[in-house]
Write a protein that binds this ligand. Sequence first.
Ligand code: ATP
Ligand SMILES: O=C(O)[C@@H](O)C(=O)CO
Length: 421
Amino acid sequence: MSHQGLILGCIADDFTGATDLAAMLVAHGMATVQVIGVPQGPLPQADAVVVALKSRTAPVQQAVAESLTACEALLGAGARQIFFKYCSTFDSTDEGNIGPVADALMRRLQSGFAIACPAFPANGRSIFQGHLFVGDRLLNESGMENHPLTPMRDANLVRVLSRQTDGGVGLVPFAAVDAGEAAIRREFHRLRDSGRRYAITDAVTDEHLLAIGAACAEHALITGGSGIAMGLPENFRAQGLLPERDDADELPEARGSMAVIAGSCSRATLGQIGLARDHVPVLELDALATPDASALAALARDWVRDRLSTERPVVIAASAPPDKVRALQDKLGREAAGALVEEALSRIATDLVAQGVGQLVIAGGETSGAVVQRLGITSLRIGPQIDPGVPWTYAEPAGLHLALKSGNFGARDFFLKAFQP
Ligand SMILES: Nc1ncnc2c1ncn2[C@@H]1O[C@H](COP(=O)(O)OP(=O)(O)OP(=O)(O)O)[C@@H](O)[C@H]1O
Ligand SMILES: O=C(O)[C@@H](O)C(=O)CO
């Protein structure tokens, strides 16, 4: 791959979200590398770099400070536009962190105005008249109203973002978005002239996202989900910055045994485990019966011994339905329960890699964070997508193929199809 230097610098507020964004950029022709945590030292060579932070639910000041440090590193490496990636369900509290981080980046970039667009139609997230839908449900009736850390009880994103910033928030409504780039640009001018700092942009289809992306070509800061990134590579090609690439998603050949580690307890992940049970060996860990990380890891080590294969995966899951999760949380406390399971799963991942696993799917954002950190991975080169938002990646320096699956992403047969050639 010939190289021209960094074009797009991205800051993501969690690990699976970072991979989701990186996959979108690669699918649209940008060679992309995901860096784990606040960058230390020089950034890798790529058209786009996505810095993966764990800042979604961090204290506001920490989220702002880490995002600004990441922004500085990206600008220092030559980034011409900064993208702040948050969840397609706008996961945040009334204190933030979306508003405060966006405000800080905007001040640093002296841009004065930015869009806020979490729409991702391929995964059922659309925005109409400022209201975010998940499938056919309003955000606050989609199950997200019960999220343990960031319950989303208001689907009106103009109101939600207004509570997180002292900058005015306006709306680019459906009619303007549907009319295309010129109409969207007129709305941006109208909002900016009326003193608004942010524009929530309606978007129901990929065509809408492409038109909004084109209208943002000159914006120093873009904020949103991965969907809105689909229009950006074309802007850079039009400016002569990005060559045509047909090798953006090339990875070294995958080798070694296959495994899945699941810590997500989302409905989607539980369904994926359920289907896998009929086809491949599945170990379901019972953290309530064995509330000890090293004992759980030992159980998994024994179970896996004669089961590893280069032909089909084994699945090791701590995932459980809400009543069982609640039982463990009641026994240990919410944080300690999560930490115990994350510790067990990251030990198991280390054992699996030591036993020759070279292709590993991890389900869940927090779980992915714990495993990736335990494996000492510093960057991920992004390959082809298995399902929207979930690509295979190549982890360095471990030399391992990894797929980090957002809890809610992926078809029901995800754990099988991920390993099909
Ligand atoms: N049986 C269990 N009981 C209690 N907690 C569990 C259990 N299994 C997993 N957990 C914890 O639940 C949390 C799941 O969060 P994680 O971010 O991994 O998944 P998710 O929220 O579905 O994914 P995403 O953040 O990508 O949407 C982790 O902290 C994990 O350790
Ligand atoms: O945008 C999404 O929904 C995901 O990339 C995500 O951020 C999950 O944590």
